[in-house]
Design a protein around this ligand. Structure first.
Ligand SMILES: NC(=O)c1ccc[n+]([C@@H]2O[C@H](COP(=O)([O-])OP(=O)(O)OC[C@H]3O[C@@H](n4cnc5c(N)ncnc54)[C@H](O)[C@@H]3O)[C@@H](O)[C@H]2O)c1
Length: 331
């Protein structure tokens, strides 16, 4: 019998090579399950030392039944499916992976932005339906010298800023929690949200979804934006008030949108955005690349390997748990 049991509670992956490699230094049995309910999670995990979790909910009730679990590691950045308070109370470490797709999401935001500005999708659709005429894309304005406003200035938009600057775009950002020096170093000016809406030719949204950020971009913000502005969202759909966005597009208050995320996913077949050719829609795909997926799987399992090996993990969500545990810090 192996020394440790680690359960994958649910998954959408075909291979677990990165996880096996990350756990290979320890004597671990990796058990794959497709739990659909809390009771199934409890049944599969009650004697587990560690959990790898995709979408399963790990509630306080689930944790009440975990006899020796030391670590719960989530495939992804978000951890709203895990009861953090309960985990901390019980001395269970919660890990996530915050940096596996910084290039992918910032590249995708850039791709949506360039496709919107250069009307790549519109021209493609015209050619394929028999129209060979660049005028269907008019007007297109020169990119160099324009202003990109980043709503939120965390890891992804900081990566995006450098890519946009390479196109000659001036970058401003709204994020009251980011130190001025961080922005200065990247040649980005921090401004208020209203200023950002007024000044930007392009707005790109990068806020986490919470009670303060839900619908933070709504009618008032669209009213401040330029008629030629494009808005890009690769963060979370509900950060933008979708009804307000639809009105702004219908009334010509802004020029277009590139959306990887929506209020409701998958998209409702009656969503008016589907019929707007100034809107580019993608199915929450910005995080994805072959390399990002492997990195995510490896790092999610490394969180578990760290804890079972006696260390705090690289990506520790519930920092307050530190005082309850006698683990070492990694070099
Ligand atoms: N589309 C995708 O596939 C995909 C993939 C990964 C991440 N995301 C989304 O991208 C978002 C941004 O990712 P990140 O790595 O840059 O996040 P991050 O955690 O590095 O940064 C979040 C930033 O938001 C700021 N912030 C928080 N609350 C705020 C508020 N009320 N007002 C203004 N600023 C506020 C914080 O100060 C922080 O700088 C994530 O939260 C996630 O929702 C999407």
């Amino acid at each position: 019998m192996s020394k440790f049991k680690v359960v994958v509670t649910d998954y959408e992956y075909d291979s677990f090579v990165p996880e096996q490699e990350a756990l290979s230094k320890l004597d671990v049995e990796l058990v794959l399950k497709q739990c659909k309910t809390e009771d199934e999670v409890i049944e599969a995990c009650k004697d587990a030392d560690g959990l790898l979790v995709q979408y399963s909910t790990i509630s306080r009730r689930v944790m009440d039944h975990l006899e020796k679990c030391k670590v719960i590691s989530r495939y992804g950045v978000g951890f709203n499916t895990v009861d953090i308070e309960a985990a901390t109370e019980k001395g269970i470490i919660v890990g996530n992976v915050t940096d596996y797709c910084l290039d992918e999401v910032s590249d995708h935001a850039m791709a949506l932005l360039l496709s919107s500005i250069r009307k790549v999708t519109k021209l493609n659709n015209a050619v394929k339906s028999g129209t060979w005429d660049f005028n269907v894309a008019a007007p297109i304005y020169r990119i160099r010298g324009r202003v990109l406003g980043l709503v939120g200035f965390g890891n992804i938009p900081q990566t995006l800023a450098k890519k946009a600057q390479a196109f000659g775009i001036n970058v401003i950002a709204y994020d009251p929690f980011v130190p001025k020096e961080v922005a200065q170093k990247l040649n980005v000016e921090l401004v208020s949200l209203d200023e950002l809406c007024k000044q930007s030719d392009y707005v790109s949204v990068h806020l986490p979804l919470n009670q303060h950020t839900e619908k933070i971009i709504s009618h008032d913000q669209f009213n401040l934006m330029k008629k030629e502005a494009f808005i890009i969202n690769t963060a979370r759909g509900p950060v933008i008030d979708e009804a307000a966005l639809i009105s702004a597009l219908q009334e010509g208050k802004i020029a277009g949108a590139g959306l990887d995320v929506l209020e409701t996913e998958p998209i409702d077949p009656n969503n008016p955005l589907l019929k707007m050719d100034q809107v580019i829609l993608n199915p929450h795909s910005a995080f994805y690349s072959v390399e990002a997926e492997i990195e995510l799987k490896r790092k999610t399992a490394e969180n578990v390997a760290d804890v079972l090996g006696g260390y705090f993990p690289t990506y520790l969500v519930n920092k307050d748990v530190r005082e309850k545990l006698n683990l070492k810090d990694k070099e």
